[in-house]
Unconditional design. Sequence first.
Length: 521
Amino acid sequence: MTAGNIISRLLGAIYVIPWYAWMGANARNANSLFSMGYNVYALFLMISTAGIPSAIAKQIAHYNSLNEYKVSARLFKQSLMLMGGIGVVSAGIMYLASPALAAGNPALIPVMRSLSVAVLIFPIMSAIRGFFQGNHNMMPTAISQIIEQVARVFYMLLATFIIMKVMNGEYTTAVVQSTFAAFIGMIGAIGVLGWYLYKEKPVFSYLVAHSDDNISISPMNIFANIAKDAIPFIIVGSSVTILKIFDQYTFFSIMESFTNYTKNQLYALFSVFSANPDKLTMVVIALATSLSSTALPLISEAYTLKDRQGLAKLITDNLQLFCFIMFPATVGMISLAYPLNTLFYEPSHLGSSVLIEACISGVVIGLYMMSSSTLQGLGKHKATLKYLVFGFIIKVLLQVPFIYFFEVYGPLLATTVGLGLATFLILRDIHEISNFDLGLVLRRALLILLLCMGMLVTVLLSRFIFGLFLSPEHKITSFILVLLVAGVGGVTYMILSLKIRLADKLLGRKVAGLRRKLHIK
């Protein structure tokens, strides 16, 4: 699941390099337009689907643990009907409301309408993914994510190249086709998921045939159970997107009140703090979402079976895995912020500084997403919503003063503080419910930070050496520099974690085979 999520996110980030270059002088405006359209689109996706896959996975895992596979099968069929209807309604609303949602920017209207087509089919695709995740089968979701991104990126780059380089067309037309690519990607993903359903049908049929059949539940009760779980997941799952939209609709007016920037300059600054770093930091945040979506059915199952010891161990392991993966990835991105910004966009000290801030914020956002999903898996929906509202209020209160004092850095800083406080409260509740080993998590987190510091020394040293003949001011040399330095850092972290046996404890016994091959004692 993690591999599929990371690969799809990487594909979703790498396309930026040629896409941004082909946009020419309008690159920043094109990226801002693309990002603003996607923010609203992401909110519609969240509202129409975000809670459903998690709710379906949670419900199916619950009934499967009771050997009620017939109920699970009926729940899946009913959810497909429900999601089909939601897709039609959501797509229609987004299409018709596009002029109002564009907030006076006529170029945004066709962008949003091209994205509304994808909203039509995304709910059904999400329901199928939730079904597989509830059955602890992560492969279909992972493969479909990769195929979705391959198809999307291929169409996006092909259309952009033809419009901008062959036809010398308008960048706004290229952005519209780039956003329409989301629909093309989903067609590919639906095909993959359909093939897996066909392939796994004999297994599901056998389980249904040998179900206990001690529970009878009506379609209305099925919808009620899904809605009961889905609504909190929808709100919490939409939280980061809601904060981004809040930035989108407040940043310009606040900055205009305090500064003398022109409209074009403000669009460029919005691109610097919102559109540009998102493409890179979401690759890292995808690690956290993978952990949370994969762990949710397991947490729900352990909680249902009252396996307190197993529940505590699962949460303890997840938090350690989060640190093991997120910390080195974040440190690596921070140390390579300038050449990464050059590679994907352009040489810019401001852009690289904001990227560093976004990386730090990404750790907080990732931990919030994982911990909030965990608390919901424990059935504490009201508490999760309460802490989200608290974090959002903090964000709103800090938005104006932070933008006044820190300008382009302000919105991300306000988000970090708001979600950071919410995460603290969520983890406190999770500890009270599960009694996970907080001491072990803190000790391992400190150990991982020390490993990251060791990795950072080799990263900075190698960057200095390679930087003597590879300039971070040019895309090709930045690409080579990033590959070489990231390779040195990755190998260093791997060797250190294998040397002290930390990788064995967190990733399993198979890691011992890797150590033997590398002759690490």
